[in-house]
Design a binder for this molecule. Structure first.
Ligand code: GLA
Length: 397
């Protein structure tokens, strides 16, 4: 569906549910991560790009304290009746936790939202697919609030930080900053090399001559994601504590080179935690290498090789993959013209990201579809990534 049609549908639904016109229409994208997985909360680097898919919102301020939220993704959109007070109450385990969590995060940072609002959302990032549908929902809510209430001191990067805070403190998933950062700060046709320690970001043009970034959705929704994700995070923190005993100045696993890590890795007492830390350190090194290979030498073959290594490490050491994703990766690698392929995002299902030569894309889709249907009885979906801009206002009265 093209953007103009989405905006028209949103406004028509807005009119139907709330009457009249929205004050504005907004968008924040999902993201695909090319390399650098589970490195963000370990003080490392990530290399994602924002997508052209994301979450749209039509919104209007109210005079009272009611917060009325509707989603066009839930069949016929119906209004969820909440109030600003809900931001002070525990989450409800519903999709509305994300926007309400953002209201809570704004308040926690001195930007109390003074009156209610009404919003209609529509997202075209498949939920639970590792492409950050939730971050795009948080970030679009952030830009809605900033614009409607004239909160000009909220910078673009704050939209990312506030979204992350909503997810960690309200929703309860202890995520890093990558997804919300990509959603807020993305730039068309570029990927973002972000050093999470300094929050310095270098934008790298993504001109892949004669090839594309292809996303394959396994259809496995990552249900386990938040609980297992928090477990991984805790395992890394515990490994770090062990390493601090021999290296007291150490602040994060991301500070360690591979050689430094290997020298002290034995001090991590638990074998599982040692594997988790190993992934974090090696993956960070791979991400830096991959970025340099692409930027300095235009060496896409090397980039692809590192993507493959990243997958193997996520499968074996970090253990966040699943049989369906491993199958897609294994089959994909058999196809000539596939430069690299790996799981993307938090894991436990979702999507793979692959760099595929143009002439191999049809074969890639056909062969993976046939093999995957035969093995799992499910048809995978494919999207060719179009790296897009971060959160923006599409229309404003
Ligand atoms: C999720 C989190 C991110 C990041 C990835 C794994 O998407 O939200 O912060 O940790 O998993 O790389």
């Amino acid at each position: 569906m093209n953007e103009q049609k989405i905006i028209e549908d949103l406004k028509a639904t807005f009119q139907e549910l709330y009457g009249g016109e929205p004050d504005g229409v907004f968008f924040a994208p999902g993201r695909v991560n090319l390399i650098g997985e589970h490195t963000d909360y370990n003080g490392g680097h990530v290399f994602p790009c924002a997508l052209s898919m994301g979450t749209y919102a039509a919104a209007r301020k109210r005079e009272d304290n009611r917060v009325r939220l509707a989603s066009m993704n839930k069949g016929k959109a119906t209004v969820e009746e909440l109030t600003l007070e809900d931001a002070n109450k525990p989450k409800k385990d519903r999709w509305t936790d994300y926007p309400i969590g953002v209201i809570a995060a704004f308040a926690a940072n001195g930007n109390e939202i003074p009156t209610g609002l009404e919003v209609v959302f529509f997202g075209n990032v498949p939920a639970g697919s590792g492409l950050s549908s939730s971050a795009s929902l948080e970030v679009v809510m952030g830009i809605v609030l900033r614009t409607l209430y004239g909160l000009d001191d909220v910078r673009q990067v704050d939209l990312a930080l506030l979204g992350q805070q909503a997810e960690c403190d309200y929703v309860g998933m202890q995520c890093g900053i990558m997804d919300q950062f990509a959603s807020a700060m993305g730039r068309k046709d570029t990927a973002m090399f972000l050093d999470v320690n300094t929050m310095e970001c270098e934008y790298a043009p993504l001109d892949l001559p004669g090839m594309k970034i292809v996303i394959t959705n396994s259809g496995v929704k990552h249900q386990l994601a938040s609980s297992e994700y928090n477990v991984r995070r805790a395992e890394c923190e515990s490994a770090l504590e062990d390493l601090k005993k021999v290296k007291p100045s150490l602040k994060s696993l991301g500070e360690l080179s591979v050689a430094e890590f290997e020298e002290i890795a034995d001090h991590i007492r638990d074998a599982v935690e040692r594997k988790r830390a190993k992934h974090a350190v090696y993956e960070n090194a791979r991400t830096v290498k991959a970025f340099n290979a692409l930027k300095e030498q235009g060496n896409i073959e090397e980039f692809g090789r590192l993507m493959n290594e990243s997958h193997d490490s996520l499968q074996n050491d970090y253990e966040v993959s699943c049989p369906e994703i491993d199958f897609l990766v294994k089959e994909g690698r058999k196809i000539e013209g596939v430069i690299g392929t790996r799981i993307t995002g938090g894991g436990f299902g979702g999507c793979t990201v692959s760099i595929v030569k143009d002439e191999a894309i049809d074969e890639f889709k056909t062969r993976l579809t046939e093999a995957y249907e035969k093995e799992f009885g499910v048809t995978p979906e494919f999207y060719v990534a179009e790296p897009g801009d971060g959160a923006k206002i599409l229309e404003k009265k």
